[in-house]
Design a protein around this ligand. Structure first.
Ligand code: HEM
Length: 553
C-alpha cells in the first residue's frame, strides 16, 4: 500500500511525537535505549517516502527531518505550555526550555549569584530547568531533606564515574542502598572516632604553621589559600590512607593531584546538567584521561593502605570503610572501599579549605575581628602557657567568638552553595513536600547560599560578615534563625563529616591565630575575594598573599 505524501508526512510527525512521549516517560532510567529508539523510529516513515521520491537518501532525510522537527517543536511547546507539571512556577524562559541554559550559566562560575538573583526576582520557588526547581523556604527543609524526605535528585546521574558507571556514596540515588552504604561512614565519622583522629590532625596543623613560617622567611609573601588547600589534601590523604598521604606541603604537588581534582570538579559541575552528554563531554575535555589518572593514583594508594593496615597514628577512616574491626572482613569490601576512598579526599578537602580561606579573608581584611579572635584564643591558650590550641579540642568547642566566626564564614560562603538536590523516588508518581507537589522526574535544589542571604532568616545585612549575629544578643539587633542555616545540609544524607570538619576548622584557625602574626600584601584588594569565588558545586577561590612571622613569646 502506498500512502499519500500528506499521510506519510503526518505519520513522520506522529513518530516524532511518539519519541517525545517515550523520552518523557523513560528518560530518567533508560536514556541509552531511548537514544537508539530516536535513531531507529524515523526509518519507519522514511520507507513511506520512497515511492514518492525513488531516492533512498531523500526518503531517509525526509523521515528524519520531519520526525526531529516535530520532536523538537513538541518538546519546546510542551515545556513552555500550561500543561507542563511545573508550568505554574516562574523562572527564565530559557531555563524552562533546556538544561543547556544551566550548562552555559555554570561555565561562568557564577551560579551562586544567579540563584540569589533569581530568588530575589521570582520569590521562594523558581523553575531553573525544564524539570528542575530551586526552593528557598524553610518549610520545605525537613520534608525534602529529612528522614521522610526524597532521595538524591537526577543531577547525580551526571556526576557518576563516566568510565566505570560506578557510584560513590554521595551519588547513590537508591535510598535503601544509600542508607546501607552510609553505615561505615557514620561509624568512621562518629564523635568517638573523630576523637581518635586528633593526633593525625594535630600533626598536620603544626606542619602547616612551620611551613608557612619557613616559606615566609626573608620577608616573602605566601599564598595562604594555596597552603591551606595543600594542608587539607595532606590531612584528608592521611585520613584516607593512614599516613600514606600526599605530602603536598613537604614536596609540592609532584603528582599533579590538585590539578586533577580541580579539573574533575569543574567538569562534573557541567555534566550534572546534561547526564546524557557526560561521556561526550569527558572525551572532548580530556577529562576521561584525567579521571583515569586520578582513579589509578587513588586506587594504588588504597591498595597500599589496605595491604599495610592502619598507620602510625592508629585508626583512620579507612579502618571503618575496610571493616578492619571485623576478624573476617568481607573480601568484596575492598571494591567498595576503593570507590569511596576518592570521595574522602574530594568531599573533605576543598570544603574545609574553602571555609578556612574565607575566615582568613574576613579576619585579615577587618583587623578588629583578628584582634578580637586573638584575645579570645590567648585567654583560652595563653601563649606563654605552652599549650597550642591543636592540643585541646574540648576547649576549642567552648570558644564563643571562634565558633561565631566559623558559623558566619559558612553562612556567607557555604562551601556547597546551590546543589543540595533531591527528587521523588522513581515509581512513586511524585511527592508532597510541605504544600508543594513535586512530580516524579523533577530535581529540587535547596540552595544554602540563597537561604543564608535571605533577610527573612538572617538580618540585618545578610550580605555582610557579622559574626556577632551568632552571639547572645541583648540589644535585639540581630535576627538569626539557626533552622535556616544548612552548610552541612540535614537529614539522613547530610554531611557525615560535620564533626571532623568543625574540629579541623577550630584547630587550624585558633592555632594559626595564636602562633603567627600575619600581614596582607600591601595593595591586595580585599574586595576581589567575592568576585573571584567561582561555584563549581563547591567554591574555587582566588588568592590571599600574606607574610607570616612566628609570634614572639
Ligand atoms: C566545612 C566542611 C564541610 C562542609 C560545609 C560539607 C558539606 C557537605 C554537604 C552540603 C554535603 C551534601 C549533603 C546533601 O546532599 O544533602 C556533604 C556531603 C558529604 N560530605 Fe561533607 N562537608 C564538609 C566536610 C566534610 C568532611 C571533612 C568529610 C569527611 C570525609 C565529608 C564527607 C562527606 C560525605 C562522605 C558526603 C556524602 C554524604 C552522603 O551522600 O550521604 N565532608 N558535605
Amino acid at each position: 500500500m502506498v500512502l499519500s505524501l500528506t499521510d506519510a508526512c503526518l505519520f513522520a510527525a506522529f513518530c516524532g511525537l511518539f519519541v517525545h512521549a517515550c523520552f518523557n516517560r523513560f528518560e530518567d532510567d533508560h536514556f541509552p535505549s531511548l537514544k537508539a529508539v530516536s535513531l531507529v523510529i524515523p526509518l519507519l516513515p522514511a520507507s513511506l517516502f520512497y515511492p514518492h521520491s525513488r531516492s533512498v537518501f531523500l526518503s531517509v532525510l525526509a523521515g528524519y527531518m520531519i520526525c526531529f522537527v516535530t520532536l523538537f517543536s513538541s518538546i519546546v511547546l510542551y515545556r513552555l505550555s500550561p500543561f507542563h507539571p511545573l508550568a505554574k512556577y516562574p523562572g527564565p524562559a530559557l531555563a524552562k526550555l533546556s538544561k543547556l541554559w544551566g550548562l552555559y550559566k555554570t561555565s561562568t562560575g557564577k551560579t551562586h549569584l544567579l540563584y540569589l538573583e533569581l530568588h530575589r526576582q521570582y520569590g521562594p520557588i523558581v523553575r531553573t530547568g525544564p524539570n528542575e526547581m530551586s526552593i528557598c523556604d524553610i518549610g520545605v527543609l525537613e520534608p525534602a531533606l529529612g528522614n521522610n524526605g526524597m532521595p538524591k535528585g537526577p543531577m547525580w546521574k551526571g556526576r557518576i564515574n563516566a568510565q566505570t558507571g560506578s557510584t560513590s556514596l554521595v551519588s547513590e540515588r537508591n535510598m535503601r542502598v544509600h542508607l546501607e552504604r552510609r553505615k561505615p561512614w557514620n561509624k568512621g565519622l562518629s564523635s568517638s572516632s573523630v576523637r581518635e583522629y586528633e593526633p593525625i590532625l594535630r600533626n598536620r596543623v603544626l606542619q602547616l604553621v612551620e611551613s608557612l613560617q619557613e616559606k615566609s622567611a626573608g620577608n616573602h609573601f605566601v599564598d595562604l589559600v594555596e597552603w591551606i588547600s595543600m594542608f587539607s589534601y595532606d590531612f584528608m590523604g592521611d585520613m584516607a590512607f593512614g599516613g600514606l598521604g600526599f605530602e603536598l606541603m613537604r614536596d609540592g604537588d609532584v603528582n599533579g593531584l590538585w590539578g586533577l581534582m580541580e579539573h574533575g570538579i569543574r567538569i562534573q559541575a557541567h555534566t550534572q546538567h546534561v547526564p546524557w552528554a557526560t561521556t561526550f563531554l569527558h572525551s572532548i575535555t580530556g577529562m576521561g584521561a584525567a579521571a583515569a589518572k586520578l582513579r589509578s593514583f587513588v586506587h594504588s594508594a588504597a591498595q597500599k593502605r589496605a595491604r599495610r593496615g592502619r598507620g602510625p597514628f592508629g585508626p583512620d577512616l579507612s579502618s571503618w570503610l575496610l571493616d578492619e574491626a571485623n576478624p573476617t572482613p568481607d573480601p568484596r569490601q575492598f571494591k567498595s572501599y576503593a570507590r569511596e576512598s576518592q570521595l574522602i579526599i574530594v568531599a573533605g578537602s576543598d570544603t574545609t579549605a574553602a571555609v578556612i580561606s574565607s575566615i582568613f579573608h574576613h579576619i585579615l581584611g577587618e583587623q578588629k575581628y583578628f584582634e578580637r579572635l586573638r584575645r579570645e584564643v590567648d585567654s583560652y591558650f595563653p601563649l606563654d602557657g605552652g599549650e597550642v590550641p591543636a592540643d585541646n579540642s574540648t576547649k576549642l568547642s567552648d570558644m564563643p567568638f571562634l565558633n561565631a566566626v566559623i558559623n558566619e564564614a559558612m553562612r556567607i560562603t557555604p562551601p556547597v552553595p546551590i546543589d543540595l538536590q533531591r527528587g521523588p523516588e522513581r515509581g512513586s508518581g511524585g511527592k508532597m513536600i510541605g504544600s508543594i507537589f513535586i512530580p516524579e522526574g523533577t530535581g529540587v535544589n535547596i540552595p544554602p547560599y540563597v537561604f543564608h542571604r535571605d533577610p527573612r532568616y538572617f538580618s540585618p545585612h545578610p550580605d555582610q560578615f557579622l559574626p556577632d549575629r551568632w552571639l547572645p544578643d541583648t540589644t535585639g539587633l540581630y535576627h538569626t534563625l539557626p533552622e535556616a542555616y544548612i552548610p552541612f545540609s540535614l537529614g539522613p544524607m547530610n554531611c557525615p563529616g560535620k564533626g571532623l570538619a568543625l574540629l579541623e576548622l577550630r584547630m587550624v584557625v585558633a592555632t594559626l591565630v595564636q602562633q603567627l602574626d600575619m600581614e596582607l600584601q600591601s595593595g591586595y584588594d580585599t574586595t576581589s575575594w567575592e568576585t573571584k569565588l567561582d561555584c563549581y558545586f563547591v567554591f574555587t577561590r582566588g588568592t590571599i598573599p600574606v607574610k607570616v612571622k612566628l609570634r614572639v613569646h
